[in-house]
Design a protein around this ligand. Structure first.
Ligand SMILES: Cc1ncc(COP(=O)(O)O)c(C=O)c1O
Length: 384
């Protein structure tokens, strides 16, 4: 048995979209996507929000919002889902990997500082597993070196740092609405910022350069050229728009988020009861003054018994970039950028100690208890 995540509320909204015969957000009609952006902004506490078609596209849009130039370096955590560093490549920039804190697998201020060069422009902070990153230290190092900060909150809907929701601390935040996340429209993404210029760049980039700004912002004038009035594409861009089918589901899901988060907390409690007193298992480290809201619950086990494999630069495509000394888009790699095994040694050691249990809000406590017991048996040597 699994808990229901989608039901009557989503059905009612979806029916309304179908009946309207407008399945895209388009222009000139009221739409769920715009409503979701407004309501999500209120929930998060950010001024400008855009619905995007996926979390990966949201990540790329957020990077575009920062106004980066080809060849700029973006510091990323060495251990994170690959969706974090590929968008850096697709925007024409160079991902540079920094060591993470071995207690949490979250990028550390120390790791960032080790990788800063004169080409570094931004740092990507992933609130991995729903653990809030130590943002005071990270923001201090970013300020010292003039770096912009992107918070990847794909796994972090609602964790707090000093009482403030993550996603409101850096320059821009992005979210994923893919099936496994705290709330979902199957696929989908969100970007959020307080900076009007970042918002405008994101709106253009995600809409093929067309300025469909919200929030009462005026679009630029179209200048006639050679006797033609252009259609109005003011920047390079993709079509990363959220569809109305996604927007309709998101409006319903946002209302349920507090309930989903409560369900997740109960599942976390089940794991903590099962594993809290087991020799050889360490429960997650929580940074001072922060409150996690777990997407997946990470425990540390003795080295060699872990099973977390997300080291971006060890993936085949990065190894190809290493051999060819250029990114997949042909941007040359400076000598300081190396994707060789051993590049982030603390991370490579740390991942060997991590196991993570999904605490998805659809799951039943019994399922979670069984998963936790599975880890306990591995650690106690009863199974492999
Ligand atoms: C940390 C992180 N960033 C970005 C993404 C990309 O999101 P999506 O799968 O919606 O493209 C994910 C998805 O799992 C993620 O976990």
């Amino acid at each position: 048995m699994t808990q229901q995540c989608y039901g009557e509320e989503e059905r009612v909204n979806l029916r309304q979209v179908i009946e309207s015969q407008e399945l895209w957000r388009g222009t000139g009609h009221e739409n769920f996507t715009a409503r979701f952006e407004k309501e999500f902004g209120e929930w998060l506490g950010r001024k400008y929000v855009l619905g995007i078609c996926s979390g990966t596209c949201a990540e790329e849009t957020a990077l575009a919002g920062l106004g980066l130039e080809p060849g700029d370096e973006v510091i990323c955590p060495a251990s994170a889902p690959i969706f974090v560093s590929f968008p850096v490549v697709s925007i024409g920039c160079v991902p540079v990997f920094a060591d993470v804190d071995p207690r949490t697998l979250i990028i550390s201020a120390e790791g960032i500082e080790e990788q800063v060069t004169e080409r570094t422009r931004a740092v990507m902070v992933v609130h991995l597993f729903g653990q809030p990153a130590p943002m005071d230290e990270i923001m201090a190092v970013a300020k010292k070196h003039g770096l912009q900060v992107l918070e990847d909150c794909a796994q972090a809907y609602g964790p707090t740092h000093r009482g403030r929701k993550v996603g409101t601390i850096g320059d821009v935040a992005c979210y994923s609405l893919q099936q496994s996340k705290h709330m979902s429209s199957g696929e989908g993404g969100i970007v959020a910022t307080d900076e009007p210029d970042i918002y405008k760049r994101m709106a253009l980039f995600s809409n093929c350069g067309m300025p469909w700004y919200g929030y009462g912002m005026e679009p630029p004038e179209r200048e006639p050229i050679a006797g033609h009035t252009p259609r109005g594409h003011f920047s390079f861009g993709h079509n990363f728009r959220m569809s109305e089918l996604q927007g309709a589901v998101c409006v319903a899901q946002l209302k349920k988020l507090p309930e989903f988060n409560e369900r997740r907390k109960k599942l976390v409690k089940v794991i903590e009861d099962e594993l809290g007193a087991v020799d050889g298992i360490e429960l997650p480290y929580v940074y001072p003054d922060t409150e996690p809201n777990y997407w997946t619950y990470p425990v540390r086990v003795p080295a060699g018994l872990g099973g977390y494999a997300e080291i971006n630069y060890l993936e085949a495509e990065f190894q190809k970039m290493q051999r060819e000394r250029r990114t997949s888009l042909g941007i040359p790699l400076p000598d300081t950028v190396q994707y060789t095994p051993g590049a982030c040694p603390r991370t490579e050691e740390a991942v060997k100690r991590f196991r993570a249990i999904s605490v998805h809000h659809a799951k039943e406590p019994e399922e979670i208890r069984e998963a936790a017991r599975g880890i306990r048996e591995i650690v106690e040597g009863k199974s492999k």
